[in-house]
Write a protein that binds this ligand. Structure first.
Ligand code: ADP
Length: 493
């Protein structure tokens, strides 16, 4: 453009003065940049409109059919509407993130995070998702990692979760590995999958907003914003991201970031309020409904010592009979109960006992809508931290906790990174460990995996232990696995 203006000036019969030529060139360059930005914006808005229109059309169409009573299969229609609404919700979240990054409004926090724990929690968070697809989720990290590094935990987590959920989504068999290396303050995170892979011609494109690979891959849910956001976040963190992939064999996304180590270990956070030991007020009655005996034992083990009267039921019929008999103040009801449906049980209980009975639903899957519904007062995702459950119980029953005097958290120097298990799950985990020891002797790997999964599902506090066991199993270090199982039983005894 600048060249064209200069040519025109020459044709018009005069060499521009050097200062004038410079000004022209500058203005022309600015105009070119503005035009390019405008074009990009128009393309972006067209993509957004397209992305919004298809799910919106589905919602609009199905809603009209149902309204006219023409929807043949209303459940199927509701499913399409829900999926379309979820798609729109993702889109809005992604757009807000992009807008924040592009507008330079995203500020990063700089916190000293406990690096090994951060990684363990991340993997524990995605483990169920991987399990649901029959994939192994592996954390590969050196024995020695700094205990603390400086990072923005929210944004670093977002980057790794985006890459790992993509890896799980685009892999149908095999494993997803998060490999972490750390040298001279340079952290390298590699997310490796054994999935469908990405063709070389798509490799650059997929980092742009709304770009997805066509063909069968496009049938998997997504809006095509994840990698654009991931790349933008990595860049504002001063890092780099690269992709290596072999179609049909898998992909490997590598993120390199400088994560400095604090010069002095940060001071421990103020000691948490002392452990809950009971509550003030009359005795409250709680009914637990779950078809998993281990979950019942864990929650009962948590609540009974605090002074609650607890009854348990593993199916709907028993639950309704027990509720009629002993009139509980609170029901904690699992959603997926084998043949029974937790929501239906909640509806029955609500009809019979009214709003005075508090009903909390527990599930491994997020509910369709956030917040309380007609038949329940609260919802907790499994696995949950005990603190979360206790906060919810206190809220629902309006009770005030009695706490032991706050104890400082002992962090013995050189202590292993694996935290002790809460007292109530230790015996249940110990039972699984005894079984693991037995299975190790007969080398029944699948059954060992199932036992480790059961330990992981007990509570988030058990995730690091389960992760260690899984790592030992993955490397066929059955001796180490048996050692861990034995040590835990000794601890619990
Ligand atoms: P989304 O996952 O919502 O489609 P992303 O921006 O995260 O959006 O990814 C863009 C596209 O890149 C995906 O649709 C997919 O085609 C491709 N892709 C991303 N990660 C992987 C992966 N691990 N394996 C194969 N393809 C991938």
């Amino acid at each position: 453009m600048a060249g064209r203006i200069l040519d025109w000036l020459k044709r018009e019969g005069g060499e521009p003065a050097p200062a004038e030529a410079e000004a022209f060139a500058r203005l022309a360059a600015a105009r070119d940049a503005a035009e390019a930005a405008n074009e990009a914006k128009t393309r972006f808005l067209a993509s957004v409109a397209h992305e919004i229109r298809s799910p919106l059309n589905a919602i609009y169409g199905y809603a009209q059919l149902i309204e006219r009573g023409q929807g043949k299969d209303q459940l199927a229609a509701a499913r399409v509407i829900r999926r379309s609404a979820e798609h729109l919700a993702h889109l809005v979240e992604g757009l807000l993130d992009i807008a924040q990054v592009e507008g330079g409004a995203m500020t990063l926090s700089r916190e000293a995070i406990r690096f090994p724990e951060f990684l363990d929690q991340l993997v524990a968070m995605l483990d169920l998702q991987a399990q649901a697809k029959g994939l192994a989720l592996v954390l590969e990290r050196p024995e020695r990692l700094p205990e603390f590094v400086h990072a923005d935990p929210k944004r670093l987590r977002q980057v790794l979760i985006n890459l790992m959920t993509n890896a799980i989504k685009f892999t149908d068999a095999g494993a997803v590995t998060l490999k972490v290396e750390y040298r001279n303050e340079l952290a390298t995170f590699t997310v490796i999958d054994t999935g469908i892979g990405i063709a070389a011609e798509d490799a650059a494109r997929i980092f742009a907003p709304f770009e997805r690979v066509g063909g069968p891959a496009a049938e998997r849910p997504g809006v095509g914003l994840g990698l654009a956001i991931t790349q933008a976040l990595v860049h504002i963190m001063g890092g780099e991201i690269r992709l290596d992939s072999v179609p049909g064999e898998g992909s490997r996304f590598t993120v390199r970031l400088m994560l400095s180590q604090p010069l002095t270990p940060p001071s421990e956070p103020a000691p948490e309020a002392g452990a809950v030991t009971g509550y003030i007020g009359r005795e409250r009655w709680v009914l637990l409904i779950d078809d998993d005996a281990a979950q019942l034992a864990v929650v009962r083990g948590l609540l009974e010592p605090l002074g609650f009267q607890v009854r348990t039921a593993s199916d709907g019929e028993t639950a309704l009979a027990l509720a009629a008999q002993f009139q509980p103040d609170l029901v904690l009801c699992d959603v997926a109960l084998g043949a029974d449906n937790g929501w239906q049980i909640a509806a029955h209980l609500r009809r019979r006992h009214g709003a005075a009975l508090r009903i909390v639903m527990l599930s491994g899957e997020a509910p369709l809508a956030e917040g309380p519904g007609a038949d329940h007062d609260s919802f907790i995702m499994k696995p949950f931290a005990f603190g979360t459950l206790l906060d919810c119980v206190a809220d629902q029953l309006g009770v005030e906790w009695v706490r032991a005097a706050g104890e400082p958290r002992a962090a013995a120097p050189g202590a292993p990174a694996m935290p002790a298990l809460p007292v109530v799950i230790a015996p249940v985990a110990a039972a699984h460990c005894a079984e693991i020891e037995r299975l190790v002797r007969i080398g029944h790997v699948r059954a060992i995996e199932a036992e480790i999964d059961a330990i992981a599902a007990l509570a988030p506090e058990a995730a690091p232990l389960a992760e260690r066991m899984r790592a030992a199993l993955d490397s066929f270090d059955l001796k180490a696995l048996a050692g861990l199982a034995k040590a835990l039983q000794a601890d619990a005894a």
